[in-house]
Design a protein around this ligand. Sequence first.
Ligand SMILES: [Zn+2]
Length: 467
Amino acid sequence: MAAKKILIRGGTVVSESEIAPYDISIEGERIVAHGDKGQFDSESFDEIVDADGLLVLPGLIDPHVHFDSPFMGSRTDHDFLTGTKAAAYGGVTTVISFSTQSKGGSVLKNLEDQEKKALGQAYIDWSIHGILLDASEQTLSEIPELVNRGVPTYKCFTTYRHANRMVDDDGMLKILKATAENGGMLMVHCENDSIIEYRLKSEIEKGNTEWIYHALTRPRLAENISIQRIIDLMKVERAPVYIVHTSTSESAGIIHEARSQGAPLHSETCTHYLVLTEDELKKENGYLFICSPPLRTERDIDTLWTAARVGPIEVVSTDDAGLPVADQTRLAEGRFNKVPSGMPGVEPRLTMLYTEGVRKGRISWPRLVSLTAGNPSRLFGLSPKKGSLAPGSDADVVLFDPDVEWTMSAENLHMNTDFCPFEGRDVFGKPKTVLSRGEFVLRDYELIGTSKHGQRVIRKLDSSYIY
Ligand SMILES: [Zn+2]
């Protein structure tokens, strides 16, 4: 059977460098050509998609989601089936989730287990990052195998010592060394555990258990010190590092400084740090807004938007890690430190970044595409297949209607949860049609894809982007 030919006609295409009206020709799984409006002979296509009045974007990449993941006595709301479905509604065509090493266990074994959960259960393409809980001989010996299997990125925590998840300086140096030697990139969750545990103990002793103490016991200082620490360790063992979910205004300056001195350092923030403040924690349902690092202040939001616009922030991800509200309520027992932390967010990102970012003049459309498609593609080894509408790339395409006005709610989203961190907000724009490798996943706001479609993406880092 000849490859299906689809023409996306009459849309306004947003790339990382420009916004321009042109038509896009797709053959099978790939984009094959661009042409001036009306240039292609519509007779030669099997299907015409009318993109008049719509913005045409490369499918978004979410390089930070936690599907089917255990945490603090609970398990994340999204598995691959429900998570990739919600992602597709949000204009996402590739997700990278995590597999957590079991303490003392094999990273590869956990990775394989996680991959089995995703196979045949994904509406869109996917990949996985490892999570390393230690720097044992066995863990270090598995790093080259991870990289060879197409999983060149893995994360460590500088906190959660109480849960046996923390890697200390010693371990971090060993992992940095192995990362440099094997062509990987280390992702780091930066929060200084000692400061957090010290503060936690003293607030609990004083009987301070309200939700807001989650933010007060995980101060900005803990994050800033921890980011600086990894930068200093990189001077001992130079290797590429990606700081996940930066949330403080100071972090932008610290990262910028290190990059200007040549450190192969990258960073992301997440939608919620660009929109919400710690005031959410003062509300009755504040425990549902508990995430780590915690939500910060308006000042941080302003600085993070600037850092997203001009750097050093290169990616906006979601850290989608919502947990069942019933579990959070039950486990919380009215105490901030008992709440399993994490919020859902894989679906609303594009609409929120358009509403809060582009429409408010904080970022341009091309920059939004860089933050959510181009940069994650290059940094995580998905380029040139993903994150671009250039001929030769996968036909992962989003047709976004910028004129739809709606009120965001868990009711009208498709995430597997009845909690939405952006509940009740009046927002603009919605993905109308989404293609993944030339197949319709979403068409006219309706899901028509299947969970058999999504494939594992083998990733390989390009050192010219990482170093
Ligand atoms: Zn995370």
